[in-house]
Design a protein. Structure first.
Length: 207
């Protein structure tokens, strides 16, 4: 049966996690769900994997020196470190961890999408978050808006689902005020030409 990838962005981390919980309650395996959220957007890392599990020490889930480190190697390194905690056995949110994505900066994430990005140490070599989304079937324009949205403070939920089950999953995703990606694209203004993964993340930028 044909499979689709559904992606929705939320301005609220709480809305995104509520959607994840609703999806799992409805019977969607957590192996088919992914969450990528700006690390500052959900109460200063509340509920994330412990510092030692992610970075090996310090008072911050990401080393302060790494907060704007968005080079390919750094992204791949963080991905390799966090790979062991993605998608925990008790549900997706039990396995959430912190890492840096090229161009986006610090995020908390779990699930198949981020595992694809981090797998085999590819980092930005595979096209970063935009490349992971488009590789999963999300349109390129939509992927650019979602990547920029996470950079600016948003939370992205993606679900792999059989075509026949897509309407039911779409209704769950719609329960918590998802962002209209086309409207959000317009709000970025005519000067915005697309997500640029070569730039660092400004922690003061918000949706």
């Amino acid at each position: 049966m044909a499979q689709r990838t559904l992606a929705r962005m939320y301005d609220s981390y709480d809305d995104a996690t509520a959607v994840v919980n609703a999806l799992e309650t409805s019977g969607i395996p957590h192996s088919e769900i992914s969450l990528v959220a700006n690390a500052d957007a959900h109460g200063r890392y509340a509920g994330t994997t412990s510092t030692s599990a992610v970075t090996g020490g310090g008072d911050h889930p990401l080393d302060p020196a790494d907060r704007d480190d968005t080079h390919t190697g750094a992204g791949a390194k963080r991905g390799a470190v966090v790979g062991g905690v993605l998608g925990g056995g008790a549900g997706l949110l039990a396995g959430i961890g912190a890492l840096a994505i090229p161009g986006v900066g610090p995020v908390v994430a779990a699930g198949w999408l981020i595992a694809t990005l981090a797998g085999a140490g590819v980092g930005a070599a595979s096209g970063g978050l935009v490349g992971s989304l488009t590789g999963a079937g999300v349109s390129r324009e939509e992927a650019h808006v979602y990547s920029e949205g996470v950079k600016r403070g948003g939370s992205l939920v993606t679900v792999r689902v059989d075509e026949a089950d897509a309407p039911r999953v779409e209704s769950i995703l719609a329960q918590r005020r998802p962002v209209d990606w086309q409207g959000r694209r317009a709000s970025y203004g005519a000067e915005w030409k697309g997500f640029d993964e070569t730039t660092g993340a400004d922690p003061m930028r918000r949706l």
